[in-house]
Design a protein around this ligand. Structure first.
Ligand code: PMP
Length: 393
């Protein structure tokens, strides 16, 4: 017996899959040529599988802000937010985020993962209950596990199922927190937020929305699904990440519950990890200012998303439930996903491949994600590459 024996099953599965599609296991971006192009596996490809929705990681304003911050404050903070790792730039960015979301209180965390880990492990405890959408991100599940809260999953985007579970909890002592995402990272669909808010009010629960994929993407001002659905006042907590539309690394939670401040003292993932680096904060701050001043980026992103969704749907691919910057293409068999994924790479297009058990319904997914930085010609090339690898009907 040895420490690594328990990984035998995983190793065997990887070996079998690697035999069929070795490139998938060795994806390295060898050279980043632009926001939408890179060299992968020795080939120049269009990137259609990043979360780079607005093309901001290579924007000069963000790069300059990050470089200036490094010159001024160094490459890392070497401490946690609770110790020496809170710089004035962290506080200023918390104020910026509060102002952007129109909320009283914001906490910046080191990553989006740690933001969810911190919030869900601390806000609710063993006496409380979390009702979460089955398709929620791993960081939400992990946060619940860390805090020991009772968790019930409801079927993805199924408001009736949520209500059934809320009814069952009615007589319980503790508080109830409903957790959903703005835009789901695998299927690219929105939560039915207005209906969920109605249930939250009816059953006196709290609501946390993870807007990781919808910040800068949804809403007239880019504040996410809560803004788009007109229910911001009813959402208690918004969690987000800097690692997608903001093109940096970090996370946050914003709220009108001023008591949120106490999380700083009570939350292990806030207290026991180094804070986000000055460069990451400065880049995210510059990116947020671009999101505020350039709504045309969102328009461009949606034009690209709608165009590709329509083209793939017309070709007969099993795309997600609604047009979205995240477009999943479902494959019934893993072998088919491998074949298409490899074929796309050979045709100069990189997309994500997501295999069960990480996929929502056990089918393999080819996950495309669009960017405002894609040109119309690139969107057309992505569509043509799918056309070239399509199975004959
Ligand atoms: N929430 C959701 C919905 C996500 O998709 C992700 C990242 N994929 C995270 C949180 C974690 O964000 P980060 O990458 O900043 O850790």
């Amino acid at each position: 017996m040895g420490l690594f024996d328990k990984f035998k099953n995983i190793s065997t599965s990887i070996a079998v899959l690697e035999d069929k599609c070795s490139a998938f296991f060795h994806i390295v971006v060898e050279d980043l040529l632009s926001s939408t192009e890179a060299v992968i596996d020795g080939r120049k490809v269009i990137l259609a599988g990043t979360n780079n929705y607005l093309g901001l990681p290579l924007r000069q304003e963000c790069i300059k802000a990050a470089c200036d911050a490094i010159q001024r404050e160094g490459t890392g903070t070497t401490g946690s937010r609770m110790a020496n790792g809170t710089y004035s730039s962290h506080i200023e960015f918390e104020k910026d985020l509060s102002d952007f979301f129109g909320r009283s209180t914001t906490i910046v965390f080191t990553t989006g993962y740690s933001a969810n880990l911190a919030m869900l492990s601390t806000l609710v405890g063993p006496r409380d209950t979390v009702l979460l959408d089955a398709d929620c991100h791993a960081s939400i599940y992990d946060g619940c596990r860390l805090g020991g809260v009772q968790v019930f999953r409801f079927h993805h985007n199924d408001v009736e199922d949520l209500e059934k579970r809320l009814k069952r909890l009615k007589s319980q002592d503790g508080e109830v927190l409903i957790v959903v995402e703005g835009l789901y990272s695998m299927l690219g669909d929105r939560a039915p937020l207005a209906d969920i808010v109605a249930l939250k009010e009816k059953y006196h629960a709290y609501l946390l929305v993870d807007e990781a994929h919808s910040l800068g993407v949804l809403g007239e001002k880019g504040r996410g699904l809560a803004e788009e659905a007109g229910v911001e006042a009813e959402v208690d907590f918004i969690v987000g990440t800097f690692s997608k539309s903001l093109g940096s690394v970090g996370g946050f939670c914003t709220s009108n519950h001023e008591e949120l401040e106490i999380i700083r003292y009570a939350s292990r993932p806030y207290v026991f990890t180094a804070s986000s680096s000055p460069a990451n904060i400065a880049a995210a701050k510059a990116a947020l200012s671009i999101i505020r001043s350039e709504p045309q980026l969102r328009v461009r992103l949606w034009e690209n998303a709608t165009a590709l969704y329509g083209r793939l749907k017309d070709m007969g691919f099993k795309v997600g439930p609604e047009p979205s910057p995240i477009i999943p293409v479902r494959c019934d068999r893993i072998e088919e996903a491998f074949r298409i994924w490899n074929g796309l790479l050979e045709n100069g297009v990189y997309v994500n491949m997501v295999l069960p058990p990480a996929t929502p319904d056990g089918t393999a997914l080819l996950r495309c994600s669009l960017s405002a930085a894609h040109s119309r010609q690139q969107v057309e090339k992505i569509a043509q590459a799918f056309g070239a690898v399509q199975s004959p009907v």
